[in-house]
Design a protein around this ligand. Sequence first.
Ligand code: BG6
Length: 480
Amino acid sequence: VLSVFFRVSSGENTTFPSWFMFGAATAAYQIEGAWSTADKSESIWDRLLHTQPSLVMDHSNADDACFSYDFWTRDVEIAHEMGLQMYRFSISWPRLLPTGFPNQISSIGKSYYGNLIDGLLRKGIQPVVTMYHWDLPQSLQELGGWTNPLIATWFADYARVLYTLFGDRVKYWITINEPLTICDGGYSKMAAPYLDDMKISNYLCSRHVLLAHAKAFRAYEKFRKQYRGKISMANVFFWFEPLNPEKDKEATKLAMQLWEGRFGHPIYSKTGGWPPELEKYIAGISKTEGYNQSRLPPFTPEEIQLIKGTYDFYGLNHYTTRLVRKATRKTAGDWPFYGSKELGVTFVNHPNRRTIVIDWFQIYPEGLRKQLHWIKDNYEVKDIMITENGLPMLRLDLADYDRVDYIKKNLEQVLLAINEGVHVMGYTVWSLIDSFEWITGYKLKYGLYHVNFESEYRLRTARESGKYYRRVIKSRSWDE
Ligand code: BG6
């Protein structure tokens, strides 16, 4: 109460500008179920969890998940109940193109996504459509997946199908969700295809993901005049701070380059291409390891130009902040594992920040604001959309007050950033409903709405956070 009084009397503005959009997100594999319905083909996640179920904490998979394939109207109803202005979901590539190629467009897949898009628009909710949220057609994996350079063209062909089918109605597209997780997760046995090569494959994948994104963005040019949509990618970006402001400063910068700059610099910077410090660093260690060429494969000058500037806004997935401590490449470790060995850094918790549910998830809302400023200061970007932000909880019930607090404090920081001159277009909560989480299965919950996985209808019920978010959207204030 006192803090509310202080805020009111201190005159802090708690109201979002009228153009700011509130949303929530999901992804196809995590909610749809119906993994083999009609002509849908197998994705790499279907294959992985059918063959190695023990990889997931509770040995589950998303064969059925939330049955959103059947109950999508309820999802639209929930989005409407909360007053969302946008709903971010993803299209399953193998559901729409069972061979992975446009030679076979599934009429059932097409009507499923068409109905969902129309259903949202009827309620006045903007669909924000992710083209790729990790469920690659298994057939394409068999051809090398993201390590095959041809995937850039395959992806652009898929994107063209999407623009042709849905471009008249979809105004916000996200080409690829979290290239970091696709490449470093996929090749460090953390995510499908669950391979083990953090020397060459993860960087080949990074290169091809960027080219795929760029080609998909360029393929939209033909449609842009007519449809006037906006396109970007969604980067996952933990905010990193040095444990010791002096000693760990350089290590922190390099960690940022490996995590964010690897994907951000080629697209959003003035010069394009890999971040120079990272390029130099990887070339250096590659040499000491006996490689004749850098493990980070170079772009041609044409490719640099092709990728540079392929965005209409910056898509940011933010969850938490980690501290970076310089270590050696032998002693490095700790979550997030990606790249810590490569760089010789260790990520540690802040002693005075609350750690919640997972041992590396710390609450530090200011991190989001600092990160928004960092994007503005380091890139040419004008608009930023927060494409994911959420809190995992173990709670199965509806009283998720920690999540209410997390969203509230993050929104407060977003508004402060806006008032300080960062143009944030909107904010998206991960997630609309509880869903299958990649490695934790149904143990961790992110939903604004609880899903009863025991019920055959997968009943969805508003949590306290869902109710809070509804009040926020109505009043357009994080302080409701
Ligand atoms: C994001 C992903 O990284 O984090 C989502 O885009 C995911 O798909 C979310 O569900 C939560 O991650 P996790 O690892 O807890 O399942």
